[in-house]
Design a protein around this ligand. Structure first.
Ligand code: ADP
Ligand code: MG
Length: 289
């Protein structure tokens, strides 16, 4: 289910004093099975962008294609698109509303008109993927912890068995352990195979560790779209956009500036340590360590 955004511009409240150009000529394509991180400062257009991927928003100018289907087409079946591209909003737990966890997760599948047994199978599968134990299914979602509520909301999207899972800041507002667990859940879900995952984040460290590709948004435009290592080579430009780079990538850039032969693409702690050791070893052999 490839996705293609072609020169998309989105303007909120056009023709009013509050007019905001939230997207400004965005083009990108995402292939099946990718794990893409979208990062950018607050207000850079991340949430607006991802809401275009399942036609919750339609571009003011430009086009969005999902599996070759132009979402602007009058007769495009947007229900099918929304089933195939599952979007988990930021703070999705605020949208829980059913009296039990089971009913909340079952809401989407029920709307698909599936048999009760199929719905139940999907609920159990989704609950298992997000790590909710079965005894929670009959509880009220409102009795659960914040992290558990968020899992329920994500399970509701997964129960639709989307081909593309889009998560808008899934770890936002969780405590450190909750963040780690949530990110592990997302990573494991992608690792199961067969799905595309697109994750909005404001943590460069998180996307660097998890994603093979990072799209950096700035003022409604794509500033960079490349593997993490290539993105981190632009440390100064990222800093100007209010974005940091992982501490190890910063250190690697500094050492490179000082003439150390640290290969591009090194930003994980272990790799950097290895590269530094290799440099020191090489200098030692030359006799000027
Ligand atoms: P991000 O998710 O990167 O923080 P958003 O896509 O939410 O960015 O916002 C991009 C721009 O659009 C910002 O200037 C924001 O204030 C504006 N914006 C977002 N949502 C709305 C809305 N519903 N109405 C008007 N302006 C909005
Ligand atoms: Mg946002």
């Amino acid at each position: 289910m490839p996705i293609e955004v072609v020169n998309a511009t989105y303007i909120y409240m056009p023709g009013t004093p509050f007019e905001t150009r939230a997207l400004d000529g965005v083009s990108l394509s995402i292939a099946d099975g990718e794990f893409v991180g979208i990062i950018g400062h607050t207000g850079s257009g991340k949430s607006t962008l991802v809401q275009h991927l399942n036609a919750l928003l339609k571009p003011t100018l430009g086009s969005v294609y999902v599996n070759g289907l132009n979402l602007n087409d009058k007769d495009a079946n947007l229900r099918d698109v929304r089933r195939a591209v599952g979007l988990v909003f930021q703070y999705p737990e605020y949208q829980l509303f059913e009296e039990t966890v089971r009913k909340d997760i079952a809401f989407g599948p029920n709307n698909l008109g599936l048999e009760a047994a199929d719905v139940e199978a999907r609920v159990r599968e989704a609950a298992q993927i997000v790590g909710l134990s079965e005894d929670l299914l009959d509880r009220s979602p409102f009795e659960l912890s914040g992290g558990q509520k968020r899992r329920v909301a994500i399970a509701g999207v997964l129960a639709m068995r989307p081909n593309v899972l889009v998560l808008d800041e899934p770890a936002a507002g969780l405590d450190p352990r909750g963040r780690r667990e949530m990110l592990a859940l997302v990573r494991d879900y992608h690792a199961r195979g067969g799905v595309t995952v697109i994750m909005v984040s404001h943590s460069m460290d998180d996307v660097a560790r998890m994603c093979s590709r990072i799209i950096v948004m700035n003022h409604g435009r794509v500033a960079f779209d490349a593997p993490p290592a290539q993105v981190f080579a632009h440390g100064d430009e990222l800093a100007a956009m209010g974005l940091g780079i992982p501490a190890c990538a910063q250190l690697a850039n500094r050492l490179r500036e000082k003439g150390f032969a640290i290969p591009k693409g090194v930003f994980a702690l272990e790799e950097l340590a290895g590269a530094i050791t290799a440099c020191l070893g090489a200098e030692g052999e030359d006799g000027h360590a």
